[in-house]
Write a protein that binds this ligand. Structure first.
Ligand code: IMP
Ligand code: MG
Length: 178
């Protein structure tokens, strides 16, 4: 791993592929224990979480299902500000054990707005799995049940995370050079 340039910025290595893999195996082992016999439904949020979700799902060995969604935000017709809605959630959640899968929880705004909509559908349980979390940036209280790494409040790239569309295919995680 070395310094890389994406668009106009330079990034340096931060988390190796081996370290990511090791953490994901631990999270999967925990999920295998906690959800044995419960057939959990993983709901990864596109685009960023596709790589984490794929590696996590491969390491889950109990019966489990997965349904990818995309979040779209639009201005509400009333003065409610932005409304976040999901596209592609074609599974009924009632009675299901749901695990929302995120690449990174930054301010927590996305999940704080979206989780109540899932909770409305009365799942049997609702938990969060996130590869990365920036505790310093968290502005909306959230509990991350399955967390890979706490990271400083700096811009990250790679392993699904993009900078203006590029960098998602990098197998490691890089950080913006100061
Ligand atoms: P939140 O609503 O502020 O928690 O934002 C979460 C979303 O912002 C993530 O799912 C990412 O798509 C994006 N994001 C947050 N931090 C970074 C970063 O460091 N690099 C790339 N994308 C990020
Ligand atoms: Mg995301």
């Amino acid at each position: 791993m070395a310094i890389i340039t994406v668009h106009d910025k330079t990034f340096e290595p931060y988390i190796s592929a081996a370290a990511i893999d090791g953490q994901i195996k631990k999270l999967a082992a925990q999920i295998n224990t906690d959800y044995a016999g419960k057939k959990p439904l993983l709901i990864p949020i596109l685009n960023g979480s596709f790589m984490f979700a794929s590696d996590l799902f491969k390491a889950i060995t109990i019966e489990a299902e997965i349904c990818f969604i995309k979040l779209a935000s639009y201005k509400g017709t009333k003065s409610t500000g932005n409304v976040i809605t999901s596209i592609g959630l074609d599974e009924p959640l009632e009675g299901r054990h749901v695990i929302v899968v995120e690449d990174i929880v930054d301010t927590g705004k996305t999940l704080a707005e979206f989780l109540p909509q899932l909770a409305n559908q009365q799942p049997a349980s609702l938990k969060i799995a996130a590869l990365l979390h920036k505790p310093e940036a968290l502005a909306h209280p959230l509990t991350i049940d399955y967390l890979g790494f706490n990271v400083p409040n700096k811009f990250l790239l790679g392993y699904g995370l993009d900078y203006d569309g590029l960098g998602r295919n990098i197998p490691e995680i890089y950080t913006l050079q100061e």
